[in-house]
Design a binder for this molecule. Structure first.
Ligand code: PEP
Length: 259
């Protein structure tokens, strides 16, 4: 059984005045949640404050990016040890917004993945096709390329320490989510590739999240799909009540699947 995982990606939202009540609301709303893991990824500037709020709760802190090196002359960058020092356990890597806006190539994302693993962070490696790629029938080609490149030179045992997120670019922030069948098909394909890159056992243990316009209204059907192990949530994670509902529905669907 893979423990369902819900990750809130707050993106570039959240001054301290906004982040503190949001983190408190999520923490308090999930006091009794079980059978689900929850990670909050606020902006770097709010990591310390959110970490203090989550301390002593089962909720976990994550970051939205990191530099591949442990230290160095890289103005404006954040190194993995700076994140672990603040209590981060996860880091989102290869998000399509960074691939597109910052021009992050697969090779850089791979270096970040390897560095995060070496520094004790769990990478949440994002892959996903654009609308045009889907139209051209290139969905599998795209995600396979991103997965193989992202995990290049990562040993089989280390691959076990990765979380994957399938995030079709056309579904991110658009309100148009992939159907459970569309996501399930890609997740199944990714799991097959993981079997080849690591082993069948390891592939079976890796959580593959779906991301792209997950909301309280659509999460039930998505989480019921056997290949979907939870969600990476952007916009809807900025409402404590909405995100708490997403987590609770995910936990319920996971419990039903486990029975
Ligand atoms: C994301 O940022 O990873 C994401 C999936 O965003 P949204 O939920 O807003 O589509």
């Amino acid at each position: 059984m893979r423990m369902p995982l819900c990750v809130g990606n707050w993106k570039m939202f959240g001054t301290l005045a906004e982040a503190r009540p949001l983190a408190t609301g999520v923490r308090d709303g999930l006091r009794r949640a079980k059978d689900v893991e929850v990670v909050l990824c606020p902006p770097f500037t709010a990591l310390a404050a959110v970490g203090e709020i989550l301390a002593g709760s089962p909720l976990v802190l994550g970051a939205q990016n990191c530099h591949p090196e442990a230290s160095g002359a890289h103005t404006g960058e954040i190194a993995p040890p700076m994140l672990t020092e603040l209590g981060c356990r996860y880091v989102i890597l290869g998000h399509s917004e960074r691939r597109r806006e910052m021009g992050e190539p697969d090779e850089l994302i791979n270096r970040k993945v390897r560095s995060a693993l070496a520094q004790g962070l769990t990478p949440i490696l994002c892959v996903g096709e654009t609308a045009e790629e889907r139209r051209q029938g290139l969905t599998f080609t795209t995600v396979e390329g991103q997965l193989r490149a992202g995990l290049a030179e990562v040993g089989a045992e280390a691959i076990a320490g990765v979380v994957l997120a399938y995030e079709p670019v056309w579904a991110i922030g658009t309100g148009a989510n992939a159907t459970p069948a569309q996501a399930g098909e890609v997740h199944g394909y990714l799991r097959g590739l993981l079997s080849e890159l690591a082993s069948k056992d390891i592939a079976g243990s890796i959580r593959i999240l779906y991301g792209g316009s997950v909301k309280p209204e659509n999460v039930e059907l998505l989480a019921a799909e056997p290949e979907i192990d939870g969600s990476l949530v952007g916009g809807a994670s900025l409402s404590a009540q909405g995100f708490v509902t997403i987590v609770k529905k995910t936990a319920r669907a996971g419990a039903v699947r486990g029975n």
